[in-house]
Design a protein around this ligand. Structure first.
Ligand SMILES: NC(=O)c1ccc[n+]([C@@H]2O[C@H](COP(=O)([O-])OP(=O)(O)OC[C@H]3O[C@@H](n4cnc5c(N)ncnc54)[C@H](OP(=O)(O)O)[C@@H]3O)[C@@H](O)[C@H]2O)c1
Length: 149
């Protein structure tokens, strides 16, 4: 299975990339930072440099990749956690606008459906294929999946 992970370089993303690669899946990892591409390559993932908040940039970057599933593991929380409302603004935008852009990318890349977007809310999440194949047997997020077909 080919899995596109937005947030592949993060605290959640890195172990998720490792687990998917170890299970024999192909991983496309998104980062905004060209310098982090080597981390993804070392993990065995194919790096994709894109800013999820920039719709056209994201669509161009993933064009033709045809991932089977998309994982949202994006956040922009301050290191010590959110202390004020405004500390959440960027993360809220990633969860709202960023999710919309990822869905657009999934739709344009797999126009006949079958791609699923799974917001990552817990370390247990590794995603589920459209046919219901659990990747790690521990996912408890079935209700969060948004199917495009
Ligand atoms: N960490 C935890 O203990 C934990 C626990 C439970 C749930 N979660 C959830 O897991 C998810 C990920 O959290 P995390 O702690 O792994 O975050 P993190 O370590 O701060 O990593 C954030 C990731 O988001 C990417 N990112 C941010 N803005 C982006 C943008 N505009 N375009 C593309 N990529 C962008 C970063 O990529 P680059 O910097 O490489 O560009 C990085 O890979 C969140 O939903 C969080 O609530 C985390």
């Amino acid at each position: 299975m080919k899995v596109l992970i937005a947030g592949a370089t993060g605290a959640l993303g890195v172990p998720l990339v490792r687990a998917l690669i170890a299970s024999g899946h192909q991983v496309l990892g998104i980062t905004r930072t060209p310098g982090k591409s080597s981390l993804l390559t070392t993990l065995g993932a194919q790096p994709i440099v894109a800013d999820v908040m920039d719709r056209e940039n994201l669509l161009r970057a993933v064009s033709g990749q045809r991932a089977d599933a998309v994982v949202h593991a994006l956040t922009a929380l301050p290191k010590n956690g959110p202390m004020r409302h405004r500390d959440m603004y960027q993360t809220d935008a990633l969860r709202d606008v960023g999710t919309t852009h990822l869905l657009a990318a999934a739709r344009e890349d797999a126009p006949h459906g079958g791609t699923a977007l799974r917001p990552a809310r817990t370390r247990k999440c590794a995603g589920t294929a459209p046919g219901g194949l659990a990747l790690d047997g521990a996912t408890d997020l079935r209700g969060d999946e948004r199917r495009l077909d």
